[in-house]
Design a protein around this ligand. Sequence first.
Ligand code: 4AD
Ligand code: MG
Length: 430
Amino acid sequence: MKTTISEVSKYVGQEVKIGAWVANKRSSGKIAFLQLRDGTGFIQGVIVKTEVPEDVFLQAKSLTQESSIYVTGVVQKDERSPFGYELLVHGVELIHHAVDYPITPKEHGTEFLMDHRHLWLRSRRQHAVMKIRNEIIRATYEFFNNHGFTKIDPPILTGSAPEGTTELFATKYFDEDAYLSQSGQLYMEAAAMAFGKVFSFGPTFRAEKSKTRRHLIEFWMIEPEMAFCEFKENLEVQENYVSHIVQSVLKNCTLELHALGRDTSKLEQIKAPFPRITYDDAIKLLHEKGFDDITWGDDFGAPHETAIAESFDKPVFITHYPTSLKPFYMEPDPNRSEVVLCADLIAPEGYGEIIGGSERIHDFAFLQKRLEEHQLSSDAYKWYLELRQYGSVPHSGFGLGLERTVAWISGVEHVRETIPFPRLLNRLYP
Ligand code: 4AD
Ligand code: MG
């Protein structure tokens, strides 16, 4: 029976055939252990010299790292294995003999591994991170589909810049100027007025000259937008959504979290509601923690976010930032025009901001004024303003950065390991 490693539990005691790669091999005169992977999982194959024809044993012993094979054998339960099963191998059919696979079981430097990202993806660790990423994406669709949201795809090539003009990737659109999307938000606002509750999931681009463990040039964002939704309700959607993805990973990625050595007790407590702290109180908290330099009106850097997050064991919303720190579209607090109805969600354990969101301005004249203040051409934003001319309603939304969320949940240090082929300040290869 041809099957995959992920399905072997259905065939205990039966003979199966699996297409696999040899991740590693150990052998002595009498027995060989093959660490096999097939993309769906990992399993150990055991070949005992006295139980197979001599050529099969010799063939197995001569297998090199990353050679591809069809392997046949009987599935056995194995309590000692983290995967629960092993394969008692009877036959090995070589498909391709790999010579000098560059990533050996010894330690390699990060730059070397990044140069071999196309191969590094095969490793147990990278496989686990990508599986967790996949589970977060699956749970995202599940959450928003279950809560009445419609998936809408905003364009990638645009003429507008929701998050400020300094970090845009400019390109030519025939003879017009265009940019790669830095956020689909403005289009999602149009979509919310047509479909009520919408979400997008797609790539976004920021020509940020930042070289930190939290910054990618190309990253994926989930951007929900809701009509008839005010500030407070927006935060409730966010905490329920983030709880759902964390609990889904805990439930469906036990092997992966184990492979990464993730402390899952920290994730188990990630359940809504999440704490909220205003920007004003966050400044006070930072002063208490010895950050004397920061004053009202300053933006928070990574060390500030980490220090604030340390006071909580769940993600924390920092709300009501100064208007001057945030983009043009955010609705001011009606009682205090110097702050906006926004929140950043800061992940625990130093992973920083994973969500930025806000209520949006829905008054036509006020939005027009804000666009002027930000020197954004009213031609490019004409359509966006028109959303405020025909049945304008209070609406809110947010953007969750997928890679930072994967980094936090997986417990990996740097976002470069959370996307298959990272685009970094100095890296477009492979
Ligand atoms: O806070 P940001 O810039 O918000 C927006 O783009 C809004 N328009 C979203 C919305 O309301 N629809 O980005 C949102 C999130 C951040 O919290 C962060 O998680 C992630 O996107 N992010 C990045 N992730 C990796 N690398 C970068 N350079 C990132 N910049 C933002
Ligand atoms: Mg932000």
